[in-house]
Design a protein around this ligand. Sequence first.
Ligand SMILES: NC(=O)c1ccc[n+]([C@@H]2O[C@H](COP(=O)([O-])OP(=O)(O)OC[C@H]3O[C@@H](n4cnc5c(N)ncnc54)[C@H](OP(=O)(O)O)[C@@H]3O)[C@@H](O)[C@H]2O)c1
Length: 256
Amino acid sequence: MSKIVFITGASSGFGKACAEKFASNGYKLILNARRIERLEEIRVDLKSRFNSEVELAPFDVRDQQAVMAAIDKLPAEWKNVDILVNNAGLAVGRDYFEEADLDDWNRMVDTNVKGFMYVAKAISMLMAKRKTGHIINLGSIAGKQVYEKGNVYCATKFAVDALNQAMRIDLLRHGIKVTAIHPGAAETEFSSVRFKGDETTAKSVYTGLEALSAMDVADVIYYTSTLPAHVCINDLVVTCTRQADAMYYNREPATK
Ligand SMILES: NC(=O)c1ccc[n+]([C@@H]2O[C@H](COP(=O)([O-])OP(=O)(O)OC[C@H]3O[C@@H](n4cnc5c(N)ncnc54)[C@H](OP(=O)(O)O)[C@@H]3O)[C@@H](O)[C@H]2O)c1
């Protein structure tokens, strides 16, 4: 029987690439994001290319009641979620601490920490009943090392790192795997969202790099989900070769 993967933030970037990766490997998918029209397009595309069964769960992860209701309302056979890719998230703004916009901070905390927790809680309850499952949490290199003007975004991803460790411990007795993936710079809509549509600044993040692609990250996520039952990757940092950590990049022109 096909396994079921639930992916949050599936309308773009890593989530969308994961949808394609898992669909091409015969999984059934539950796709979440706010932009339902994009999810509809992805569903049609995956159906036509891979004959995938796709259920849509279009809610805002910040809305606690909507998260709980949507997961509760899933048809019984779709509640047997084998893998959660807990990915929805964003950075908004990149400002010095004292100059930053409180609304930006609230959006990041509400999405990356609280929304992240609501989805993980709801799905872990389903997995605990079945004594099986794998939760794959999207952290960031920004959750390992703070950088200038990263303040609250970094703090939310440090929280993801802590919550990942907490889930790994608390869900141990149910046999649930918990994995955090911490990517470095990856070219998705992430920077466009962060810089509020300023495409020049957004593109400058990737100047001189061959940054990770969304599919590079999806490949890593998929790999962690396909290991034998007794093997669990707890924590994985992945960057492009030209990025050493949250601050050190090689943007020199290639010599060959
Ligand atoms: N790209 C990077 O360099 C990078 C590096 C490290 C970690 N990350 C993390 O990786 C994750 C995915 O980022 P990405 O690069 O794929 O960015 P992206 O292309 O902007 O995709 C973000 C996804 O999150 C969804 N989302 C945002 N807020 C949401 C909400 N309130 N409710 C439901 N869905 C929401 C968006 O869908 P809708 O707008 O349709 O709701 C979209 O599908 C994020 O957690 C990000 O922090 C990214």
